[in-house]
Design a protein around this ligand. Structure first.
Ligand code: FAD
Length: 543
C-alpha cells in the first residue's frame, strides 16, 4: 500500500487509531512535517493530522526563501541568524531539487535604511555567523556595477549595492517532500482531518479526537504525547486542552503580489527599502516576478486571509519607487497570496519589530506546543521538540539521536550522486523520449528524483507532452495525497500563482478528472467546481 496516497486516507486514520503512537502531531505545515520526520527517524511511532491540505496554512504563503535573515541581524538576534544561516546549506543538500542558491542584490541608496559600510559589515557578519561558503560570500558593488546588473533600478541617490546569496525554495513542496520521506520511513499522516478535542486520561493528555472533514467520520487517536504544531491556530488548540489558557500568539499578515516578468524584467532577486523604512523582496520565478511582503497586525479569519487594495498599493508603490520606468499599476497584478505569521506576543513592539524566534511550551496536562519560528529553521525546531519527547519517553523506549541533517528528502538523490549531473542526464534522457527541455526541467524542479514515477505513468498513455499534466495529477493523488484540484494547482505545483493562465484554462478539466478518479457524485463535483473557480477568481482580483 502506498504510504502517502489520497486513496488510502481512511485507512491511515484507522491505522493511527490502533497504532499505539508515541507521538501525534497536530498540523501538517513545515513545523509539524519536520517533527514527524525527526520523530520517526529516531524510532518513535509517529502520526500527523491536518484539518486542511498539508501546507495550506502559512507554509504555502511565505516568501519562499531559505534565508539567514539579514533583518534579524538588524534586530541583533545573532543566535537566530547563525542557526538559520547554517540550516540553508543543510536544506539545500537534502532537497536540492527544490532549494537552490539565489543571488540577491541589495541596492543601497543615500536615504536608505542601510549605509554602504554598515551593509558591508552586516553581510560580512552574516557570512561569518552562517558559515557561508567562499563562492557565496557577499561582494560589494559600485553604483555602475549595480546598474549594469539591473539597469531598471533608479539611479538617482544610488550609492552602490551588495551581491549576496540566499536560497530559493517552494515552501509547500518542501513540506510535502518532508512528509513523503517521513511516511516512507513508517510515519502515518492524513490531511483533511481536524482535531476537535484533546483526549485525557486522569487529566493527562492521551490522544486526540479527529473528524475526517470530507465525510464527518470520527476517530479517537491515542498517543503518549501530543504536539500542537498548528502555527497561527496554536491558541485554538491550547484552548481545547485548557479553556482558560493564556493566548501566546499575535498574527501579522504578509501579502505578495505576482506580476508578469515582461512588466518588471529583473534578472536577479532584489531586497530593497520601502518608503516607510521596511524592506521587501522582488523575486523572479517561472516567467513571473513576485514581490512582498507587507507586515500588518491581523485579527480576521485564519484559514483565508485576503489581500486588500492597501496591501497591493503598498507593494506596487515600493516597486515603482525603485523601478521608476516600470510604472506598474493594479492592472499588472496577476495574482497574490496572503499568509499569517504566527508570532509570540511581545508587548509594545510594532508588527515588523516582533521577534521571529520559536518557543516551546508544555502545559500541566502534558500538551507540547511549538510556536513562532521560520520555514528555514524547521529542522532545528523539530529537533528541540523531539529531544523533549525523547527525554520523557526514555524510561520505556530506546531511541536514536537526531539524524535529520543527514536525511535526503523525497525527490533528492543519494549521497554519492551529484545532483547537477543527475539533472543533466535526466534532461538528456527525457529529450530522447520526445519531451521538451522546458517540460523536463519543470518536472525535475518539482519532483526531483521522483520524476521516473511520473514518466512511467505517462508512458501508459499517448505519450504526448500534453498528457504529462494527467500523469502528474495521478502521481500527486497516489503519492502526494492530493484530494482536490486546488491542492494540485496551489500547493503541489504553484500554478495558481505562477501560471494563472494555465490554471484558468484547465481548472474544469482537472476537476472532471478528479471527479471520475474519486467517483464523486454530481453534487460534490459541482461544489468542487465552484470552490476551484472561487479560489482562482479570488487570487486574480483584489477588492
Ligand atoms: P502552518 O504552515 O500554518 O501550519 C499549521 C497547520 O495546522 C495548518 O496547515 C492548519 O491547517 C493545521 N491545523 C490548525 N488547526 C488544526 C486542527 N484543529 N486540526 C488539525 N490541523 C490543524 N520563513 C522563512 O524561513 N522564509 C521566508 O521566506 C518566509 N517568508 C514568510 C513570509 C510571510 C508573508 C509569512 C506569513 C511567513 C514567512 N515565513 C518565512 C515564516 C514561515 O512561513 C512560517 O514560520 C511557517 O510556514 C509556519 O509553519 P507552521 O507549520 O508552524 O504553520
Amino acid at each position: 500500500m502506498e504510504s502517502f496516497s489520497a486513496v488510502n486516507r481512511q485507512q491511515y486514520l484507522e491505522q493511527m487509531s490502533h497504532a499505539d503512537l508515541d507521538v501525534l502531531i497536530i498540523g501538517g505545515g513545515i513545523t509539524g512535517a519536520g517533527i514527524l520526520l525527526d520523530a520517526v527517524s529516531r524510532g518513535l511511532r509517529a502520526g500527523l493530522v491536518d484539518m486542511q491540505d498539508f501546507a495550506a496554512g502559512t507554509s504555502s504563503r511565505s516568501t519562499k526563501l531559505i534565508h539567514g535573515g539579514l533583518r534579524y541581524l538588524k534586530q541583533l538576534e545573532f543566535r537566530l541568524v547563525a542557526e538559520v544561516g547554517k540550516e540553508r546549506a543543510i536544506v539545500a543538500r537534502n532537497a536540492p531539487h527544490i532549494t537552490k542558491p539565489e543571488p540577491m542584490i541589495l541596492p543601497i541608496y543615500k536615504q536608505g535604511s542601510l549605509g554602504y559600510t554598515s551593509a558591508s559589515i552586516a553581510l560580512a557578519v552574516y557570512d561569518f555567523l552562517a558559515g557561508v561558503k567562499k563562492s557565496e560570500r557577499r561582494k560589494m558593488l559600485s553604483k555602475e556595477e549595480v546598474l549594469k546588473l539591473e539597469p531598471g533600478l533608479k539611479s538617482q541617490g544610488l550609492k552602490g549595492g551588495a551581491y549576496y546569496y540566499e536560497y530559493r525554495t517552494d515552501d509547500a513542496r518542501l513540506t510535502i517532500e518532508i512528509l513523503k520521506k517521513a511516511t516512507e520511513l513508517g510515519a502515518i499522516a492524513c490531511n483533511y482531518a481536524k482535531v476537535e478535542d484533546i483526549l485525557k486520561t486522569e487529566r493527562v493528555v492521551s490522544g486526540v479526537r479527529v473528524r475526517e472533514v470530507t465525510n464527518n467520520s470520527y476517530y479517537n487517536i491515542p498517543a503518549r504525547y501530543v504536539v500542537n504544531a498548528t502555527g497561527p491556530w496554536v491558541d485554538a488548540i491550547d484552548k481545547l486542552d485548557d479553556a482558560l489558557s493564556e493566548e501566546k500568539l499575535v498574527h501579522t499578515k504578509g501579502v505578495h503580489i505576482v506580476l508578469d516578468r515582461a512588466r518588471l524584467p529583473i534578472k536577479h532577486s532584489l531586497y530593497f527599502d520601502t518608503p516607510d523604512g521596511r524592506m521587501v523582496f522582488a523575486i523572479p520565478r517561472q516567467g513571473k516576478v513576485y514581490a512582498g511582503t507587507t507586515d500588518t497586525f491581523y485579527s480576521g479569519n485564519l484559514e483565508n486571509p485576503m489581500a486588500n487594495k492597501v496591501d497591493r498599493d503598498y507593494i506596487l508603490n515600493s516597486l515603482n519607487q525603485i523601478f521608476p520606468d516600470a510604472k506598474l499599476t493594479f492592472e499588472d497584478v496577476e495574482s497574490w497570496w496572503a499568509g499569517l505569521r504566527p508570532l509570540i506576543k511581545q508587548k509594545g513592539k510594532s508588527a515588523s519589530g516582533i521577534s521571529r524566534k520559536d518557543e516551546l511550551f508544555e502545559t500541566s496536562s502534558g500538551l507540547i506546543t511549538i510556536a513562532g519560528g521560520k520555514l528555514t529553521g524547521y529542522r532545528k525546531m523539530a529537533q528541540r521538540v523531539v529531544d523533549l519527547i525523547v527525554k520523557k519517553i526514555r524510561a520505556v523506549k530506546t531511541t536514536g539521536p537526531c539524524i535529520t541533517d543527514q536525511i535526503r528528502l523525497s525527490g533528492a538523490v543519494g549521497e554519492d550522486v551529484n545532483y547537477d549531473e543527475f539533472y543533466k542526464n535526466k534532461l538528456e534522457e527525457f529529450q530522447s523520449i520526445g519531451l521538451s527541455e522546458a517540460a523536463s526541467s519543470q518536472l525535475l524542479d518539482r519532483y526531483g528524483s521522483n520524476v521516473d514515477k511520473i514518466i512511467s505513468i505517462w508512458k501508459e498513455g499517448d505519450q504526448s507532452e500534453a498528457s504529462l499534466d494527467k500523469a502528474q495529477w495521478i502521481y500527486c493523488i497516489e503519492n502526494e495525497m492530493t484530494l482536490y484540484p486546488d491542492d494540485f494547482l496551489t500547493r503541489r505545483t504553484g500554478e495558481t500563482y505562477f501560471n494563472i493562465e494555465k490554471a484558468l484554462k484547465y481548472r474544469d478539466t482537472i476537476t472532471n478528472f478528479y471527479s471520475k478518479y474519486f467517483h464523486w457524485d454530481d453534487e460534490l463535483e459541482q461544489n468542487v467546481v465552484a470552490q476551484t473557480h472561487n479560489k482562482i477568481n479570488q487570487v486574480t482580483s483584489i477588492k
